[in-house]
Design a protein around this ligand. Sequence first.
Ligand code: HEC
Ligand code: HEC
Ligand code: HEC
Length: 461
Amino acid sequence: MRIRANILAASALMSVVVLSGAADAAVSSARNFSRKFGVVLTVVQEKCMACHTRNYDLPFYARIPGIKEIIENDYRNGLRALNLTGEFAFNKPLPGKISEVALAKTEWVVLNDTMPPAKFAMVHWGSRLKDGEKKALLDWVRTVRVRYYATGTASEKMAREPLQPMPESVPVDFPKVDIGKKLCEDQRLSVDNTVACATCHDHKKAGTDNRRFSEGVRGQSGNVNAPTVYNALFNVRQFWDGRAADLQEQAGVPPFNPVEMDSRDWDQIIAKFAADAELTEEFKAVYPDGWSGKNITDAIAEYEKILLTPDSRLDKWLRGKGYALSLEEKKGYERFKAYRCATCHVGKAVGGQSFEYMDLKKDYFADRGSPLASDAGLKGFTGKDEDLHKFKVPSLRNVELTWPYFHDGTAETLDEAVRVMGVYLSGLDVPMVDRRLIVAFLRTLTGEYHGQRLGGKAVEN
Ligand code: HEC
Ligand code: HEC
Ligand code: HEC
C-alpha cells in the first residue's frame, strides 16, 4: 500500500512540474521520467531500503528466527556504507533528485551484483535483483545524472559518467572578488601580522601548503592537514568535519583560531584595516556600510569562487576529445571506477559531496596509532557518536600537487594514498599494477587557473 501510494504521489508531483512547462515533448519526457522513478522506487523500497534507511518502519526481516545477529550486523554496516534516509523523499523540490553519491554507489553494486548481500539473499528467495530491475536501476541512475548533474559541456556519451567536467567559471561580482583577493593575501588578519590565508593556501602549491600540518602564528602547528582552496566552492560543507556551512562562514574561522591567526575579534582586525585609508576607500566603494566581519568574509568568499581549475586533461576527454588521455590513463579511469573510488569521489569536483567513514571496511585508526584530536571527524562538529571517524570526501582535482594526503597528512605519495583507500574505504586491495594505472589517471585531474597549468610555471595571481 505504502509503495503504491508513493508512486501515485510521485506522479502527482511530476504533473505539477509538467503543467508549468507546457511543450508536449517536455510533458512526455517528464511522464517518462516519473514512470521510471516509480519503477525504481518500488524496487528500492522492496529490496534495499530496509537495510539502508534509519528507522525504516517495516523491518520485514526482523522476525526471521536464527539470523537475527547477521541481520543486526547487516543493518549497522548497511547504514554505514550507504544511508538512503531522505534520498527518496517526495517533498524534494526536484523529484527523483537523489545525491550523486547515492547514484554512483547504487550503480556500482548493481554492476557488480553485490546487493543484497549474498548471506541474506541465500535465506531470502526473491530478494535478489532480477535482470529487468537491474536494467531499470542502471538506466535510472544515468537518466538522473544527465538531468540534474551534467555540467553541460560533456559529450553526449560522457554526460552519463560519474565524473563531470569542471565549469570554466561561475557568475561573480568582480569588485568584490578584487577586494577579497587582497584580504586573502593580507597578513593583518593575524594577531601579529605574520600570517595570511594565502600563507597556508598558496597558489604555488595548488592552494595548500604541502605540509603535514600548517604553521600558524608564532610557529604553532595544528593537528589537521590543510585542504586546497581551489574548487572549495563545490564542497557540500567546508572543513574535514563540515563545521562551516559555506565559504563565507568558513572565512570567519581562521582569523580567530589560536594556532592559525589568533586575532582577538573583528574589532582588533578592523582597527588595523581602518587605519589604511587607501584600502578603506576601495572597500567602501564596494561595501558602502564599511568594515565588518560580515563584509570581509563576504568578499573573501566571493574571491574563492574564482578559484576554479577547469580544463584538465580529464575535462577535455569528457568533452569528447578522445586523444586527451593516453590508453594507460583511460585504463586508470576504468580501475578508478572498478575499485569503487568513483562512488565517493564523484561529480565535477571528483569528491566534496559526502561524509564517509575513514574506517568503513577496516579499523584505520587502530592500524595507524597515535590518536589525533582531529580523528573525531564529523562527530567533532555534530557531537553524535554515529558520526565518529566520518570525514568529508576531498575533491581529487589537482591531487598530484596537494600532498601530503588525508586529514592526518600521513600519506606522502599518491601511491600510498591509493593503497590506503583500497584497504580502508573500498575494502579491495589494489595491487601495484592497478595502483600505477589509477595514479596515472589521477594526474590527469590537474587543471588550469587563469589559463596556466597548475604546478607548471608558478601561478602568480
Ligand atoms: C539485508 C540487508 C541489506 C539489503 C537488503 C541491501 N543491503 Fe546494501 N548493504 C548491506 C550491508 C551490510 C552493506 C555493507 C557492505 C557489506 O557488508 O557487504 C551494504 C552496502 C551497500 C552499498 C555500499 C557499497 C558496498 O558494497 O559497500 C550500496 C551502494 C548498497 N549496499 C546498495 C544496496 C542496494 C541498491 C540494495 C537493494 C538492491 C541493497 N543494498 C540491499 C546490507 C543490505
Ligand atoms: C595556519 C594555516 C591556515 C590559515 C592561515 C588559513 N587556513 Fe584555511 N585551512 C587550514 C587548515 C589546516 C584547514 C583544515 C581545517 C579543518 O578542516 O579542520 C583549512 C581549511 C580551509 C577551507 C576548507 C576547505 C575544505 O575542503 O573543507 C577553506 C575554504 C579555507 N581553509 C580557506 C581559508 C581562508 C579564506 C583563510 C583566511 C581567512 C584561511 N583558510 C586561513 C589552514 C589555514
Ligand atoms: C567510501 C568512500 C570512499 C571510497 C570508496 C574511496 N574514497 Fe578516497 N577518500 C574518502 C575520504 C572520506 C577521504 C578522506 C579521509 C581522511 O582524510 O581521513 C578520502 C581521501 C582520498 C585521497 C586523499 C586526498 C587528499 O587530498 O587528502 C585520495 C588520493 C583518494 N581518497 C583516492 C581514492 C581512490 C584512488 C579510491 C579507490 C581505490 C578511493 N579514494 C576510494 C572516501 C572514499
